[in-house]
Design a protein around this ligand. Structure first.
Ligand code: APR
Length: 254
C-alpha cells in the first residue's frame, strides 16, 4: 500500500497517536546528540567534565558537568520540529509525547504532558527524601546545591544502570501499546526501554513512522522511515497529514 494511502488511512483526530523523541529532535536547536557525528563526546570539555561526574551523583564534579550542559542548553530554543508536536497534541483527542531528552525543550515549545523517561536537567532531586525541586536558572552558584533538609541535591536525570521513574515508564508503555500511529523521531533506538516502545506499538498494529537523519536500529522494523532533519520533516509531515497531500513526502526507497 503506497505511503499516501497509509497516511490517508490514519489522518483522523480520533486516532491514538504517540511520538517518541530522542536527541535528534533537539540537534537543530544546538543541543548535541550522544552518538555518531555531532555527538557531545566529540567535545574534549564534555569528556573531561564527564570523567569527574559519578555516583552518588550529587558531587561537585557531577554538578560541574551538568552546569556545563545546562549552560549550553539554556542558550538553545525549540526548533520547528517541537511545535509540530504541540499542534498534534492539540489536534488529536488521544496524544502521548514520550521523550528520552532531558533538555526540557518540549515543555518550552508548549507541549503539555511530556513523559520524560530520563528525567529533566532543569530539576534536581534529594537523594535522602526523594523530593524533586526546580532549578530553572543557570549558573546556580555554589556547587553542589543543597536541599532544605541539608542534603546535597543531584540532577533529576537517570544515569546508566539506574531505574526509570516507574509511573512515567508505565504511562509510556501504556500509550505505546494503545497507539494507532507512532512517530519515532531523532533517536538511534539503542537505549532500552524507550527503544522497545515503537516495537510494542508495531506489535499492537500501529503504523510506525520513523523520522531520522540516518538509518537506525529501528529502521528495519518500522512501517515507514522518512530520512531527513526533524525540524524540516515534522512540520512538512504535519502539513501533509492535515491536507492529506502526502505525495510530496516519499519514504526511503519508494
Ligand atoms: N533530525 C533527525 N534525526 C537526527 C538529527 C536531526 N536533525 N540529528 C541527529 N539525528 C539522529 C541521529 O541520526 C541518531 O539516530 O538522532 C539520533 C540521536 O541518537 P543518540 O545520540 O543515540 O540519542 P538518543 O537516541 O536520544 O539516545 C538515547 O542515550 O545517552 C543516552 O540518556 C541518553 O537519552 C539518551 C539515550
Amino acid at each position: 500500500m503506497e505511503f499516501i494511502d497509509r497516511l490517508a488511512l490514519v489522518s483522523d483526530p480520533r486516532l491514538r497517536v504517540v511520538a517518541l523523541t530522542g536527541a535528534g529532535i533537539s540537534a537543530e536547536s544546538g543541543v548535541p546528540i550522544f552518538r555518531g557525528r555531532g555527538s557531545m563526546w566529540e567535545n574534549e570539555k564534555a569528556r573531561t567534565l564527564a570523567r569527574k561526574a559519578g555516583p552518588p551523583w550529587n558531587t561537585k564534579g557531577t554538578w560541574e558537568f551538568y552546569e556545563w550542559r545546562r549552560g549550553l542548553v539554556h542558550r538553545c530554543k525549540p526548533n520547528a520540529g517541537h511545535p509540530a508536536l504541540v499542534d498534534m497534541e492539540h489536534y488529536f483527542q488521544d496524544f502521548g509525547l514520550i521523550t528520552q531528552n532531558v533538555d526540557g525543550l518540549h515543555g518550552r515549545a508548549g507541549s503539555g504532558r511530556v513523559l520524560e523517561q530520563h528525567g529533566n536537567m532543569w530539576k534536581a532531586r534529594c537523594p535522602r527524601d526523594g523530593e524533586i525541586v526546580d532549578l530553572p536558572e543557570t549558573p546556580i552558584g555554589r556547587l553542589p546545591p543543597y536541599h532544605s533538609c541539608g542534603t546535597a541535591l543531584r540532577p533529576h536525570v537517570v544515569q546508566f544502570g539506574e531505574s526509570l521513574d516507574q509511573g512515567t515508564l508505565k504511562a509510556a508503555l501504556g500509550v505505546s501499546s494503545r497507539a494507532n500511529l507512532f512517530l519515532v523521531v531523532g533517536t538511534s533506538g539503542v537505549v532500552s526501554p524507550a527503544s522497545q516502545m515503537p516495537l510494542i506499538a508495531l506489535k499492537n498494529g500501529a503504523t510506525v513512522i520513523e523520522v531520522n537523519r540516518d538509518a537506525t536500529a529501528l529502521t528495519p522494523h518500522v512501517t515507514i522511515s522518512l530520512r531527513g532533519m526533524a525540524a524540516e520533516i515534522l512540520p512538512r509531515f504535519w502539513k501533509a497529514f492535515l491536507a492529506k497531500e502526502a505525495r510530496e513526502l516519499k519514504p526511503e526507497g519508494e
